[in-house]
Design a protein around this ligand. Structure first.
Ligand SMILES: Cc1ncc(COP(=O)(O)O)c(C=O)c1O
Length: 403
């Protein structure tokens, strides 16, 4: 803009907001890929966390039907009643949680639902506990609400260090409103055991901290791991927990943008005000598709889960064979989170350098751990076809050997 700096024009808040590193990386990988394609090569895409499967046909048919039935107008801010009922049924069926439709809000993907929760709770200067390694948007959403993200360390098994959690709580002098608990975890793929979840729950109850339970990967769990919904532990915990989920990952519907949450109805009432004033409602057609996703056949979910598990086994085994690579076996989601700090030499100083070089030299896109709160790691998404995973692992192995 002529003669004026953006610093004078735009808000401090937006100027300090970081671009989503996964989206930024994906767009760079796209550009490089387009160039490489001309020479018959390609980038192996382990960056963005989205299923490579197509949305199941029954769900697509429901969307087409919704268009033909002219279900194309504004809907209630929190979603059509059929979708909210489907969500109520889902929580009962899958998580043993009893809710009514007054406890439900559907939004534009889990991301917008999370943002709405944070906006509903946080005053300027309030703390929000974020357990490392964390999904990239949590800290930025807290900052957008003028809150303070309070990062909590993790142990060697990539699970929360509850000793540090207690210390962070006692050291912070302003109110702490929320903690975000994400199991199965992005980026680490960890799945918290019942007692680990219970320990976090106890600390929250003792300190009057509300819990956001981000369960978007709940269906992708491997081996003997089990998913625990923190809201199901007691009625006190149910009152202070907002359980977030989405159709995005479970049904390969990332582009449809439908997420949802269940919470005490007094919380939902206030969140709906934000919803009504800001996005109005999630896309009506996507809502009807989501009714089918939640109520229709669940066969595709089982098929995807099995496929991810097979890919995880392969990718994990390949990573472990690379000298100097350290990796904890993930039990859920579709990510590996290896410690690559053993390769920080020869001009590679951190996870950004490692990821940059890997993209430039080996044509493999991964996300640097710095985006998730720890610079020793990189995130590899194995939501990619097995032949691409094989090729990607070959390239990573060769790259690491050459450092
Ligand atoms: C942990 C976690 N929560 C929430 C989201 C957002 O999901 P949605 O696509 O439904 O907005 C993601 C997406 O990557 C995620 O990994």
């Amino acid at each position: 803009m002529r003669g004026r700096d953006m610093e004078d024009i735009l808000s401090k808040k937006v100027l300090r907001l970081e671009e989503s590193p996964t989206f930024a990386l994906d767009s760079r990988a796209n550009d490089i890929d387009a160039e490489l394609k001309k020479q018959g090569d390609f980038v192996v895409r382990f960056g963005i966390g989205q299923p490579d499967f197509n949305t199941p046909d029954n769900i697509k048919e429901a969307a087409k039907q919704a268009i033909d039935d002219n279900k194309t107008r504004y809907t209630p801010a929190t979603g059509v009643k059929e979708l909210k009922q489907a969500i109520v049924n889902k929580f009962k069926r899958d998580n043993g949680l009893e809710y009514g439709t007054e406890n439900i809000l559907a939004g534009i993907g889990a991301k917008q639902v999370l943002d709405t929760i944070i906006r509903a709770f946080v005053n300027p200067g309030d703390g929000v506990l974020v357990l490392k390694p964390y999904w990239v948007s949590y800290t930025q959403q807290v900052l957008l609400s003028d809150g303070i993200p309070l990062e909590v360390d993790f142990k060697d098994n990539l699970k929360p260090d509850t000793g540090h959690l207690k210390k962070v709580i006692s050291d912070f002098k302003n109110p702490i409103k929320l903690i975000i608990v994400n199991s199965p975890n992005n980026p680490a793929g960890t799945v918290y055991a019942e007692e680990e979840m219970g320990e976090i729950a106890k600390i929250c109850l003792e300190n009057g901290i509300h819990i956001i339970a981000d369960e978007v990967y709940e269906k992708f769990i491997y081996d003997s791991a089990r998913h625990y919904s923190i809201a199901g532990f007691s009625s006190d915990l149910k009152d202070i927990t907002i359980t977030v989920n989405a159709v995005s990952k479970t049904y390969a519907m990332t582009g449809w943008r439908v997420g949802y949450c269940a919470a005490h109805k007094d919380i939902i009432v206030h969140m709906s005000k934000i919803q009504g004033q800001s996005p109005s409602n999630p896309c009506s057609i996507a809502q009807w598709a989501s009714v089918e996703a939640l109520e229709g056949s669940q066969k595709s979910v089982g098929i995807m889960r099995k496929e991810y598990e097979m890919r995880r086994d392969y990718a994990y085994e390949r990573l472990c064979r690379i000298d100097g690579m350290k990796c904890v076996l993930p039990r859920g989601a579709f990510y590996l989170f290896p410690d690559v700090s053993g390769f920080y030499r020869g001009g590679i100083r951190n996870s950004n350098d490692f990821s940059e070089r890997l993209l430039e030299q080996a044509k493999v896109a991964v996300v640097p751990g710095s985006a998730f709160g720890d610079d020793r790691y990189i995130r590899i998404s194995y939501a990619a076809a097995i032949d691409k995973i094989e090729e990607g692992m070959d390239r990573i192995e060769k790259f690491c050997k050459a450092i």
